[in-house]
Write a protein that binds this ligand. Structure first.
Ligand code: P6P
Length: 334
């Protein structure tokens, strides 16, 4: 491949904008700024062990979880990037109790709002395990002359305009959808560009990998216990044993399962009776990507993206992945 065969994220965004005859470039501009923020967070993560940015920030997030210094840094970087795009009028973030309202003629009149987990799985940073950023973009429902309010952030996941994640793994990738399939871009650090590496990502109909924190097994719903036992005692259609793989970093577990086929489960548990993962800025964006890649995402009773959020930080049971595996699970749960 010649160096000029590279399709950068920005080339791709602009090219895909032509697929929308009425596109004005605002969403393209917003996605470009998200890509820039991802590069800045990546640069900090890649040297986390060397600079005074590891460890706890000495504060807690709205969930009472210890904020890591990189959580705070990532939150600030994404907020600044989104504000400076002029296309985003406010954000909802795991790191902030309430929505962050952008004011002024430039940002405050933005067409979109963004819900995000700026650094998911950050407790893994100190032990050098992969982490991720997750984002979800909606058209605001309030008038552009007004300031955004909570109603802009409590829309059903089916209303998402775009969603994506960044995985800071053995390489750094940005994966996103605008509702026309899923595309993955790998950061080439030698040129500082995200380059198209995984066009039109599709997840296999079935798989061998099941991802769940089995330490919580005793409190799982009976149907989930039954499904896990099924995986342990049967071979899948591929006639080779199931594989248990759990990193404890949502983006990493989901990304692997999209590529190989598999199922991710975070059921209700003792510590999290409604499930641990958050609907607005974790499950909805991941579900949009999963569905666009041909997979299924459910809370065990229905489609995740049909749920009407009642609060920013609400949690939900979350099961996503290959359709055949989800069907098997749901058949055991209901
Ligand atoms: P547990 C990370 O803290 C996170 O929010 C997700 O990234 C991950 O899937 C989940 O929690 C892991 O939770 O209880 O298995 O450690």
């Amino acid at each position: 491949m010649s160096s000029y065969d590279i399709t950068s994220l920005n080339d791709f965004i602009i090219r895909k904008q032509k697929d929308f005859p009425y596109a004005t470039g605002e969403l393209s501009n917003l996605l470009h700024h998200i890509g820039t923020a991802a590069k800045m967070v990546n640069a900090k993560i890649r040297k986390a062990g060397l600079v005074e940015i590891l460890g706890k920030a000495g504060a807690e997030n709205p969930q009472g979880e210890q904020q890591q210094k990189l959580d705070r840094y990532s939150d600030e970087v994404f907020i600044d990037a989104l504000k400076s795009s002029g296309q985003c009028a406010g954000i909802a973030s795991e790191e902030n109790q309430n929505e962050v309202v952008f004011t002024g003629e430039f940002a405050g009149r933005g067409k979109y709002v963004v819900c995000m987990d700026p650094l998911d799985g950050s407790s893994n940073i100190d032990v050098n395990v992969s982490v991720g950023s997750i984002f979800s973009i909606y058209r605001r429902v309030t008038e552009r002359e007004e300031e955004v309010s909570i109603v802009d952030f409590l829309q059903e996941g089916s209303k998402q305009v775009a969603a994506g994640y960044v995985i800071y793994g053995s390489s750094t990738m940005l994966v996103y959808t605008t509702g026309n399939g899923v595309n993955g871009f790998t950061l080439d650090p030698t040129i500082g560009e995200f380059c198209l590496s995984h066009p039109n990502m599709k997840t296999p109909e079935t798989g061998r990998i099941y991802s769940v924190n089995e330490g919580n097994y005793i409190r799982f719903p009976d149907g989930v216990k039954k499904y896990i036992k099924y995986c342990q005692e049967n071979d899948p259609p591929t006639n080779r044993p199931y594989i248990s793989r759990y990193i404890g970093s949502l983006v990493s577990d989901v990304h692997r399962n999209i590529l190989t086929g598999g199922i991710f489960l975070y059921p209700p548990s003792i510590s999290y009776p409604s499930g641990k993962l958050r609907l607005v800025y974790e499950c909805n964006p991941i579900s949009f990507i999963i569905e666009q890649a041909g997979g299924v995402a459910t809370d065990g009773t229905g489609r995740i993206m049909s749920l009407k959020p009642e609060s920013l930080h609400q949690r939900t049971p979350f099961y996503c992945g290959s359709p055949d595996m989800i069907r098997k699970l749901v058949g055991m749960c209901c």
